[in-house]
Design a binder for this molecule. Structure first.
Ligand SMILES: [Cu+2]
Length: 529
């Protein structure tokens, strides 16, 4: 029987899952960083910056480290901005869980212990709350809470962790039937762009962009009133190099891994391509980079693995299932949403949307901003120059009558994406809210209908390094704005998506010196029918 990873918010009051998690953490923390089964080495596999760890008090400067801390190898392996994001993190969590389970069993705990998950489901306000057991510094008996770390500063930098439903959208995940995008394509897929080994790439899939990134940032945050570009001012969760030290990191990634299983369970529309909601079958994903990914075993030995070996969570090497992988309520296809806007009954809408074959993906650039955009602490406004031919073509798909031209099924509108390309920043600790076509002078908070989405800078530091594998190309973030553009079209606006605003979500904690600039050669992009 596979072990069951459970929802942390559903654990009964007398449940011991977190008690044993704490016991294992205490034991692993007592091991030296030179032991690959220690808490410290496990965290360093995701990322380590030795000076930062020394500054934060997590590393004794006298210790001679067994692995380099400035290059990728056994440490600094974490895969981001890549189609390896999901399989690498699954193997990482699996190895971590095995080491913990070994410790738990040796301490007399249950052999079916499994890592729980934090399901920040946007439709369930209670579950958006930070798991209560992780919050207090001390336990009832006055002893130190092993699930607590001090460096969690939250969205305003005052230690209060608040997650809003708009921070953790999941609907975009069910609207992304492709697992990956080809190199050079704009990333609109679930799992990321096709890349090689990527510690800090820019091609994050939808799941990694949201909800993954914002959770890192809104838990970690930056100490109120301090400069986020100085790393030690940021919370552990807000940086690659420290995230794995925080016990909540593992429950966050357990949920990310669970959402992968959920995505695989989505029923594709009839006529969808055969690979819709399926893992890649490309050997470049399944079998590469052979030997480059290495994980520890509880006995201190290591093993290499590839994505192919972690596809089935019930496989004895992983041996777990999730308590619940159902698709959250409120999933609406774009077509159904559009038909509803036009006043078509929901039942008709769902019946009609089921009859739609998914068309082939063709991308086309509708417009681009003329120069780079500097993002600071306050709101930044910018305009997108639209190509008139492409704009009119798009407008024509928006104006298609739902009730069929003559014969058959209604046609969904072309999908429109806003791409923020080459976002560079010296800090990972930043979140921006992007609005499209806000009325002049309007308060964005009053216009959630114009919110294109949340952009997290988690990973921006590694992706901005000019000595990195991508010469500092930075992150690319893709927000679907079909609904906004469609609504504008219905209301008669002439120039859809001609203006967008980027607004720092926490302007009160110092300037984020991020920039976002267009690529040198803009590939043909943004619209996907
Ligand atoms: Cu992460």
């Amino acid at each position: 029987m596979p072990r069951i990873r459970k929802d942390v918010w559903n654990l009964p009051a007398d449940d011991k899952t977190l008690f044993w998690y704490g016991k294992a953490i205490e034991q692993l923390k007592r091991r030296s960083i030179t032991d690959i089964t220690s808490w410290w080495s496990l965290a360093a596999m995701h990322g380590i910056d030795s000076q930062l760890w020394i500054d934060l008090g997590y590393l004794d400067p006298a210790i001679v480290l067994p692995f380099p801390t400035t290059t990728s190898g056994f440490w600094n392996q974490c895969q981001h901005g890549s189609w390896y994001f999901l399989p690498w993190h699954r193997a990482y969590l699996g190895a971590f869980e095995a080491v913990l389970l070994d410790s738990i069993v040796k301490q007399g705990g249950p052999a079916d212990w499994a890592l729980p998950y934090w399901n920040y489901d946007p439709t369930q306000p209670k579950k958006l709350q930070f798991p209560a057991a992780f919050a207090p510094e001390l336990l009832d008996d006055g002893s130190k809470n092993p699930l607590w770390v001090k460096e969690r500063y939250g969205r305003k930098g005052d230690g209060v962790i608040t997650i809003l439903a708009t921070d953790v959208p999941v609907k975009n995940l069910w609207d992304a039937p492709e697992f990956f995008d080809q190199p050079g394509e704009l990333v609109t897929s679930f799992g990321g762009g096709q890349t090689g080994f990527e510690h800090g790439g820019g091609d994050a899939g939808q799941l990694e962009q949201r909800p993954h990134g914002p959770i890192h940032n809104y838990v970690g945050g930056t100490i109120q009133g301090t400069d986020p570009n100085i790393s030690k001012n940021n919370g552990l969760m807000a940086m690659f190099e420290t995230a794995g030290i925080d016990p909540i990191f593992w429950l966050h990634h357990s949920n990310i891994d669970r959402l992968w299983e959920t995505w695989l369970s989505v029923q594709p529309a009839p006529g969808a391509p055969p690979d819709a909601y399926q893992n890649p079958t490309d050997p470049a994903w399944l079998d590469q980079p052979a030997g480059a990914f290495v994980m520890p075993r509880p006995d201190g030995t290591t093993f290499p693995f590839t994505a192919r070996q972690v596809l089935n969570t019930k496989d004895p090497s992983l041996n777990y299932v999730y308590e619940d992988i159902s698709v959250p309520a409120g999933r609406t296809s774009l077509l159904a949403a559009r038909l509803r806007t036009l006043g078509v009954a929901a039942t008709d809408a769902s019946r009609l949307s089921e009859s739609i074959a998914m068309p082939l993906k063709i991308t086309e650039l509708v417009g681009a901003s003329a120069s780079s955009v500097r993002i600071g602490g306050a709101a930044t406004d910018t305009r997108v120059q639209l190509d008139t031919v492409a704009r009119d073509k798009l407008a024509a798909t928006l104006s298609v009558r739902p009730m069929i031209e003559g014969v058959g099924a209604p046609k969904p509108p072309d999908r429109v994406f806003l791409a923020l390309e080459n976002i560079t920043s010296p800090s990972d600790a930043g979140v921006f809210h992007v609005y499209v076509n806000l009325p002049e002078g309007a308060d964005p908070e009053q216009h959630p209908e114009n919110l294109a989405g949340v952009v997290s800078l988690f990973g921006a530091r590694a992706a901005s390094r000019t000595d990195g594998p991508h010469a500092g190309n930075g992150l690319t973030r893709t927000l679907e704005i079909t609904d906004i553009v469609d609504a504008m079209h219905l209301s008669g606006a002439r120039h859809p998506a001609s203006r967008y605003q980027i607004r720092s979500a926490n302007a009160d904690i110092g300037e984020r010196r991020g920039r976002c600039r267009p690529r040198e050669n803009l590939p043909p992009k943004p619209v996907i029918p």
